[in-house]
Design a protein around this ligand. Structure first.
Ligand code: FBP
Length: 265
């Protein structure tokens, strides 16, 4: 296994992943505030910003759009995913194989794990197949670590988030993508228990520039490795400005005020 720092997924060990699988996971409702965000070309263009280390999309977008961007964007193939029209216990379909993702040009794979779901065992077995195949292709593995389902009473509880983060280390993910666990201390704990698996914060719903950047700064300050973000980028009228600021916080370890100033330049 190669150190993740030597792969296109990270720069100086840090990551800024743009996630754009919302059309599947949430539906077009996420694109209503900024209608051009429904156009994949718009978000692929956004992902050419030099601060972005990869773009996470499902198979359909990769097939249709990645050929035009393969020189400028690193592709993170989000292998599983499902709509939120599904009302059963949390589950997720594997929509493309690692081999096919490699054919399309993927540099890394992403996989959602619903720890605590009644389907956790099947999802873990699907993860095992994908993770081992990714090793053969020398592709890093990012786990969307989302504790959800009948076994999880509160998916925002710091201990539950830390447990899901630890699961990523135990199962062989190179990166765990976790929700903000509510405080800097709780994020520090999650980082502490994941060993050599890197930790990125999941962006979440849109917040003010300052609030969002402050949380990202906390992640970096406690030893986290970056961010995987969708709505806080593509739901902004000028996504390049927040990417300028995130570049400062994640890669330059700048203060939030310095990052906010970078947005104005
Ligand atoms: P956001 O930054 O918009 O939260 O995107 C990250 C992400 O994990 C996406 O990959 C995914 O579509 C979405 O969040 C899932 O959101 P939810 O937590 O509402 O299921």
């Amino acid at each position: 296994m190669r150190p993740i720092n030597d792969t296109p997924l990270a720069r100086d060990g840090k990551m800024l992943i743009v996630a754009y699988d919302h059309g599947l996971e949430h539906g077009p409702v996420d694109f209503e505030d900024v209608p051009e965000s429904a156009n994949p070309e718009h978000v692929f263009d956004v992902a050419t910003h030099p601060a972005v280390t990869s773009l996470a999309v499902q198979k359909g977008l990769a097939e249709a759009y990645y050929p035009s961007y393969e020189d400028d964007v690193s592709l993170l193939a989000k292998l599983n995913g499902s709509t939120n029209l599904w009302m059963g216990e949390h589950d997720t379909a594997v929509n493309w194989s690692v081999d096919y993702a490699a054919d399309v040009g993927a540099d890394a794979i992403g996989f959602t794990m619903y720890a605590g779901s009644n389907h956790e065992v099947e999802i873990a077995e699907e993860f095992r197949q994908a993770q081992e195949r990714a090793r053969e292709h020398d592709m890093p593995v990012v786990m969307w670590s989302y504790p959800r389902g009948q076994g999880v009473k509160n998916d925002k509880k710091p201990g539950v988030i830390a447990y899901a983060a630890r699961q990523a280390l135990e199962l062989g993910a190179d990166v765990t993508k976790i929700k903000y666990p509510g405080s800097e201390e709780a994020m520090a704990h999650a980082v502490d228990v994941t060993g050599r698996t890197k930790v990125v914060m999941s962006g979440g719903s849109k917040r003010s520039d300052r609030e969002f950047l402050t949380q990202v700064k906390e992640v970096i300050d406690v030893g986290g490795d970056g961010l995987a973000v969708g709505r806080n980028v593509f739901q902004r009228d000028h996504p390049e400005r927040i990417l300028d600021a995130l570049e400062q916080v994640i890669f330059e370890e700048s203060s939030v005020d310095t990052a906010l100033a970078a947005m104005e330049r």
